[in-house]
Design a protein around this ligand. Structure first.
Ligand SMILES: Nc1ncnc2c1ncn2[C@@H]1O[C@H](COP(=O)(O)OP(=O)(O)OP(=O)(O)O)[C@@H](O)[C@H]1O
Length: 129
């Protein structure tokens, strides 16, 4: 029989927020990605991208941040399970880091595809957005 959870809905929300806060304070890469997301939002607002482009950009931001958080969670569990050097620990961390790299590169490509045409238009028009 499944054990009843000792967490209420509210406390589940609170522990999830605690996890987010710890990731932001303890992981430099998470802070870098939040800064990059802020730049993307400012650029999108300045270039007045379409609603569809906003949705795609937010989806990319969500995917990159989610991948980074999962990578952090995997690293933490690996450090718990294998504080000593181990080939499987290395493999697990490398694959998790690879996932972040993959989604970051695809997102960068999408960002360039969205931003380059309006930036070129801006340059040709002499600065008027
Ligand atoms: N226990 C281990 N056994 C073998 N190799 C390891 C181990 N821990 C880490 N490594 C190797 O070192 C790399 C970096 O691991 P580390 O835990 O320092 O991640 P990190 O550099 O903090 O990652 P991030 O920058 O995403 O936070 C891993 O990708 C892996 O190749």
């Amino acid at each position: 029989m499944p054990r009843p959870s000792r967490f209420t809905l509210l406390s589940s929300f609170a522990v999830a927020l605690r996890g987010l806060r710890e990731a932001v304070f303890e992981q430099r890469n998470v802070r870098i990605q939040i800064a990059a997301a802020a730049v993307v939002n400012l650029l999108a607002a300045w270039l007045k991208v379409s609603a569809t482009e906003w949705l795609v950009l937010w989806l990319c931001i969500a995917l990159v941040l989610t991948a980074e958080l999962l990578n952090t969670a995997i690293e933490t569990v690996v450090d718990l399970a294998s504080p000593e050097q181990h080939e499987l620990a290395r493999k697990s961390k490398d694959i998790a880091a690879g996932a972040v790299l993959l989604v970051s590169m695809i997102s960068a490509g999408i960002g360039l595809t969205v931003f380059i045409p309006p930036l070129l238009k801006l340059l040709r028009s002499g600065g008027a957005v």
